[in-house]
Structures are given as C-alpha cells and as structure tokens.
Design a protein around this ligand. Structure first.
Ligand code: DHB
Ligand code: MG
Length: 219
C-alpha cells in the first residue's frame, strides 16, 4: 500500500525539519551502488529515533539489524562522548557497507558492528552494562525473542523500539502464513502479557508506505 501524497508530505517535513545531510545521502547512495535493498527507515523516522535516544539520555544503544547503517548513523549521533551503538548484522557484505557509511559519517568510533545471526550475538552478551535504548529492525520472525533479549540486556527505564509492526495492515491477519506477520503477531502476544514492559504502537504512513513502530519502556 502506498500513496504518492505520503512521500510528498515526508519530503515537505524533511525539507523543513532536517538539514541537507552529506553523510546520510552518501550512505544511501553507497547502499544502492552495492545492491542493498532500500528498506532503511525513512529520513524523518531516522530523526525520530535520534530524538528519542537523546530524550532518553542514551549512552549505550543496541540495534538489531544494521543493513547499511542508515539508522545506526542517526542513533550514533544521539550519543555523548564515549557512547556506543552495538549493532547486529547477519550479512558480512552488509556490515562492510555499514562500516564504510558510519566511518564516512564520522561516528565510526561510536559504532561496533557484530556480524552473524543476531540470536547468537545476543546470547553471547551478558547483562551488566545495560543498554539504555534498543532498536529492533531485523528478521521479523524473531521479534518476540529480540524483545525478550532487550529486556534481559536492559534495565528499568530502557526504551525499546520495534520497526515494521503494521506491514500494510497485515498485522491483523490472524490467518496469515507469512512468517514475518506471524512473528510480529507473536511479538504483540508477548507484549500483551509481558509484565516487565509498558508499551504502545503507532501506525505511520510516509515514504516507506504504511507501517509502524512499537515503543516500549522496561519497568
Ligand atoms: C523489510 C524490512 C524492513 O526492516 C523494513 O523497514 C521494510 C521492509 C523487508 O524485509 O521487506
Ligand atoms: Mg525496518
């Protein structure tokens, strides 16, 4: 589902609220040149993540799903000196592109990219130096697991954001056999009964179509 007006409004909003951004423009061009799919968050969504991380006073950010590092750059820019984004990427070739992009954006020293299945990278992490902010944007099949890991690796007050939780309205299709929809619905079932979280979700339309974010707070 898409509407040209949604993209036009995104462009209007970005034109007023976002500066021309050489590093982000270059990152998207590099992604395209190297064949990465254009499934990054939109520019206004990237800035939303950036502002939410700043509002949360985040120093340590966990990102599940790096792709080419577009959202990684937005998140890294939200951090104070000494802050860190630990970002998990399945594909080594995506991670290589992301490394180029974050370095060009001059946030490379704030970004650690772990290559391999996110489940494995997460399983190897010990709680202790908790994440303040978690952005989940990887294989939707595993979203419930990723939320549980975000709670384990967070602390009371940690912010959790999950991308792509509406999927053109597909989330309400109880009979769906699409693994991504099934995974997203499993995540909502978890959120409904998980006492360690308080959560909401918002639908969005824009350059990326009709989709949404979950926003959750670890209690
Ligand atoms: C897809 C994944 C995303 O994270 C997204 O924002 C849009 C699309 C996908 O796998 O198709
Ligand atoms: Mg996404």
């Amino acid at each position: 589902v898409s509407d040209p007006a949604w993209s036009a409004v995104d462009e209007y909003l970005a034109g007023h609220l976002l500066s021309d951004d050489e590093a982000l423009t270059a990152a998207l061009a590099n992604n395209k040149a190297q064949g990465l799919p254009p499934i990054d968050v939109s520019a206004v969504q990237g800035k939303l993540l950036h502002l939410l991380a700043r509002m949360a006073g985040a120093r340590r950010v966990l990102e599940v799903g790096t792709l080419g590092g577009f959202s990684t750059i937005w998140l890294a820019r939200a951090l104070p000196e000494g802050g860190k984004v630990v970002t998990l990427e399945l594909e080594a070739r995506n991670a290589k592109v992301a490394r180029e992009n974050v370095d060009r954006a001059a946030v490379g020293d704030k970004v650690e990219i772990l290559v391999g299945p996110a489940k494995d990278s997460l399983a190897a992490m010990q709680p202790g130096d908790p994440f303040d902010f978690v952005f989940i944007d990887a294989d939707k099949q595993s979203n419930a697991h990723y939320v549980q890991e975000a709670i384990r690796l967070g602390r009371p007050g940690t912010t959790i954001i999950v991308d792509n939780v509406v999927r053109d309205g597909g989330v309400i299709d109880a009979g769906s056999t699409n693994a991504q929809i099934v995974g997203t619905r499993r995540m909502f079932e978890l959120l409904a009964k998980e006492g360690r979280l308080d959560a909401t979700a918002i639908q969005m339309v824009g350059a990326k179509g009709w989709d949404g974010f979950v926003l959750a707070l670890v209690l």
